[in-house]
Every structure is written in C-alpha cells, then in structure tokens.
Design a protein around this ligand. Structure first.
Ligand SMILES: CSCCC(=O)/C(O)=C/O
Ligand code: FE2
Ligand code: NI
Length: 188
C-alpha cells in the first residue's frame, strides 16, 4: 500500500504524521507542489522486463505524458532481486540530489521509496504499482529500492540527456529510514 510519512528533518526517529489513503497522500504532497496520482498500471509487466517491452506496453500513457508536458526523453528502470548490479544501482540514488528538471516517475510494477527534503521536513513516500509522482525541478530528494529491489518505473525527462543529478553533498539521506526488503517483497 502506498504510504507517506512526514518527518521533521531533525527528527528521523519519529514521523510527525503517517498517511495511507491515496487522496490524503496526494493532498499533503500537493502542498509542496508534488504531483501524486494513481494511474491504470495493469499491463502484464514484471520487474526484469526489458525497456522495449515496458515502453511498448505503456506507449499511450507515455505519449500522453510527453505531449502534456513536452518531455523529450523516456527510459525505464526495471530491477528484480537477482540483478547483478543492484547494490551499485541502489547506491546511485541514495544520496540527496536535485535535478534541473521535473522528476516524473510512473511505477508500473513493484515498489520504491522516494524521500523529499522540503522546508525543514522530510516526506518519505512508498510508491507502488500505479503511482505516478512528479517532483518539481530543484527539489532535494533521494530514492531507495531496498537491498532486494523489485520494481519497474518509467522515467520521463525534458533533458534529452536523460538522468542528470546534482548531488548536494549532504548526508541527510543516511539518517532517515531505508526501504526494507519486506516493503519491497510485499508487492512481489
Ligand atoms: C524510480 S526511478 C529510479 C530513481 C531515479 O530516477 C531518481 O532520480 C531518483 O532520485
Ligand atoms: Fe532523482
Ligand atoms: Ni488537509
């Protein structure tokens, strides 16, 4: 189940609030300009599926999003627990960073944890199949997939170069809860 936990950025042990209802999660995230929607994601795609398979299965949604916001590039992250590079890939997203463009991710299988650092608060969002998240450019954030990743996410970019991150050099991501293998597995 999708979940939002909101923390003070100085209190990683105890959330200020926890939200499990999709409408509530969307409402809270809309306050910080973050798009969080539930889309149809019922194509027969499993983590490990190839980029071409995923894009073909979701072509109409991708085209609609690209037309809607002028995105110029799309790619897919598709990982399951036996991926040989899972540790390296996990580490790549685990440090706080920003992008100079909106970060739009559509989860079409499994789950992943986005954490946003905005105005002295930390918004820890467990995203699951069907969740579409849009994080405004310049928003400080990180992403975890647990040590046992199981998800497929479609990524849209305005930058033709695809994924480019500016790391903040802060260690805050190391202080907040990581995604657990259980949270990854419960959607398997
Ligand atoms: C959920 S897609 C992989 C993570 C990613 O693209 C990103 O920028 C995380 O911050
Ligand atoms: Fe990112
Ligand atoms: Ni409210």
């Amino acid at each position: 189940m999708s979940r939002l936990r909101i923390f003070s950025d100085t209190q990683p042990q105890t959330p200020l609030s926890v939200h499990n209802e999709h409408a509530d999660i969307s409402h809270e995230l809309s306050k910080i300009g973050v798009r969080f929607e539930q889309w149809e994601a019922n194509q027969p795609i499993a983590p490990g599926a190839s980029q071409d398979e995923v894009i073909a299965a979701y072509r109409s949604d991708i085209d609609r999003l690209m037309a809607e916001q002028g995105y110029q590039a799309v790619d897919v992250i598709s990982l399951k627990p036996d991926h040989p590079d899972r540790a390296t890939l996990r580490q790549k997203f685990l440090s706080e960073h920003t992008h100079s463009e909106d970060e739009v991710r559509f989860f079409v299988a499994g789950a992943g944890q986005f954490t946003l650092h905005v105005n002295g608060k930390v918004y820890d969002i467990l995203c699951e199949q069907g969740d579409l998240i849009g994080v405004p450019d310049g928003t400080r954030h990180w992403f975890d997939m647990s040590e046992s990743p199981y998800f497929v996410a479609i990524r849209l970019f305005t930058n033709k170069e695809g994924w480019v991150a500016q790391f903040t050099g802060e260690d805050i991501a190391q202080q907040f809860p990581r995604m657990t293998p259980h949270e990854s597995a419960t959607v398997a």
